[in-house]
Write a protein that binds this ligand. Sequence first.
Ligand code: ZN
Length: 397
Amino acid sequence: MQSICAICGQRIAPADDSEEHILPGAIGGRRIVRGFLHHGCNHHSGHTWDAALEKQLRPLALHFGVKRQSGRTLRMAITTTAGENFLLNAGGQLEMSRPEIKRTPIPSGETIQVKAGSIAMARDVLEGLKRKYPKVDVESVLAGAQAQRTYAQGVVRIDLEFGGPVSGRSLVKSALALAHDAGLPIERCGDALAYLREADAEPCFGYHYVDDLVDGRPSTTPLHCVAIDANPRTSLILGYVEYFGIHRAVVCLGRGYAGERLKAIYALDPRTGESLDVAVHLDFDAADVRAIYDYERDDAEKRQEAFGAVFGPVLTDHRAAERDRVVRDSLNFAWANCGGVPDQSLSAEQLARLKELFVDQATPWWKHVTGLDEPAARQLALAYINQVVAAAQSTPA
Ligand SMILES: [Zn+2]
């Protein structure tokens, strides 16, 4: 039997069949279905509906470090509450979005100081300068470049805005793809087909937060989940789609269902691609569906709670990893520049220099995490290095 395309309703000839991800690959989805979309319809919905969804979810994908099958590195421009511009990298790190060039006149000409987000960015700037000032020795300047971390003064705002008819069609498509994968003929899913095919159809989904429909949820995992339940008792074909443990929607795929009870679920941890074993309860009748569409099962507080459950641990992890990096880099730098000789104990003067260098390097981080001013942050960095040195000195050689 030939399949019917979910989007255009035409038969899919084998040569025109495509592989469609149940959840978009761009947000970490792995499983694919066949006999569901034409090549062209797949391509078009990917560039419109799925792209809109991916854009809305990108801050989350970057913070959680989604593992994608295609290797393209994702970044996004963000502006902090203090008006600074950064690029947000996978893993939640911030990078300067554009280089800063500072010129200072001196008697013999001028000095040019370049601050860039990466060595590659610095090289670009220097090569640009070299065209104007042929004396610039790009390699020797780069060799002498000092790595320093920049931190946002303001708070990074995470835009949780989600929804709308464009990304909503990607959401409904995911539930329908799972139904197709489970062997349910998609022609029975009239509500979903109407929504996917008609521009002015009523959205066949709504947000659901009043209680948690996922059973066995790993509490801090930003899971993706798609489920369907075709139930002859209520005659409804219901679906559920959740992204990153945060965005949760119930879909009504179709009505008038009289076949066997059919349930299917696909859940995964998008950070690793590993499948998760959870259950989803979709015990709703037509009145419930109406209430869900009318935002009666949405709940701002519970939505925030869902966000906090998966996002809190991520921020804690990022902060600990960043502190370890800063301490290690600062210590390496201080040791390399304090005048000490390997296997010889430091003189009092070298030790004082080591501490000073450490404090210079590490203070921006202490400032960043505590919000304290420069002198107070320096005190914290100094207290830290004093502790490290005291611990090293009390260890018998
Ligand atoms: Zn088609």
